[in-house]
Design a protein. Structure first.
Length: 270
């Protein structure tokens, strides 16, 4: 059996009882840790689970998925995922591969930022399409996510912005070489996301939605952990805010808040 198990958002104890019971009986347990991160280390997970984990980086999950599934038709193999297993398309691909190999599988769900974003007080059913904000470089500054934010804003829907994570990313120079070299890990913070968003807003002369650098936004940091932080201010002000260590997310609320949403947000304004 192949198990895809969500770990939740905080630390080692966020795993479900069902997930923990499965882990303890598995022959091999992989930990995928490049699409998101926990606030604890791998050592803490191993101590709590009572097993040795196999680190599954991007290359293993995306290019050598069959290695993970090997033997799952005869024994029990699990892949642990931060948040919920279906929070990334990579994990959906693993399920399809298991089906092709006639390997039985089971998914154990957990909390993810897609539902935990409700901690800021915005109503979940008022969220529109989620977007991802990538790191810009001097040569590459994609802004297609901005159109989706505007579309949500025009329809009075909130936007959850997932911020870029760079873990074990090969350098451009090493892509043409036999031996890959990797960039240091990077995690986008809310101030960087706001700075990029400001550049797009200032260059957009066609928008009539009312979204501006003075529009409200919400910075989220380490959601689900004991050191969780929520900060509410304008996009312009957010570009100077330091919410500490990762992971961060940014929310652009719709322009017409429900009175309860507005009241709840007020406690996080500086």
């Amino acid at each position: 059996m192949f198990y895809l198990i969500g770990l939740g958002l905080g630390d080692s104890k966020d795993i479900t009882i069902k997930g923990l019971e499965i882990i303890k009986k598995c022959d091999r347990v992989y930990l995928e840790h490049y699409t998101s991160i926990l606030t604890c280390g791998i050592d803490e997970l191993e101590d709590f689970y009572g097993i040795k984990l196999i680190t599954a980086d991007r290359d293993l999950v995306e290019q050598c998925a069959d290695e993970i599934l090997d033997g799952a038709d005869k024994g029990d193999v699990a892949l642990l995922v931060v948040g919920d297993p279906y929070g990334a398309t990579t994990h959906t691909d693993l399920i399809l591969r298991a089906k092709e190999k006639n390997i039985k599988f089971q998914v154990v769900h957990n909390a993810s930022i897609l539902n935990a974003v409700g901690c800021c007080g915005l109503q979940l059913y008022s969220f529109g399409e989620t977007v991802s904000i990538p790191f810009w470089t001097e040569e590459w500054k994609p802004n297609s996510f901005y159109d989706k934010i505007l579309s949500n804003f025009e329809r009075n829907l909130h936007t959850l912005c997932l911020l870029d994570i760079k873990v074990k990313e090969p350098t451009l120079e090493s892509l043409t070489k036999k031996k890959k070299q990797y960039m240091p890990p990077r995690f986008m913070s809310v101030d960087i996301a706001a700075q990029q968003l400001i550049q797009i807003i200032n260059s957009d002369r066609s928008s009539s939605t009312g979204l501006s650098v003075n529009s409200l936004c919400i910075g989220l940091a380490r959601v689900g952990s004991t050191c969780q932080r929520i900060h509410v201010c304008t996009i312009s002000e957010m570009s100077k805010v330091d919410l500490g260590p990762p992971l961060h997310s940014l929310v652009i609320p719709n322009p017409v808040l429900h009175p309860l949403e507005e009241e709840y947000l007020n406690q996080f304004k500086s």
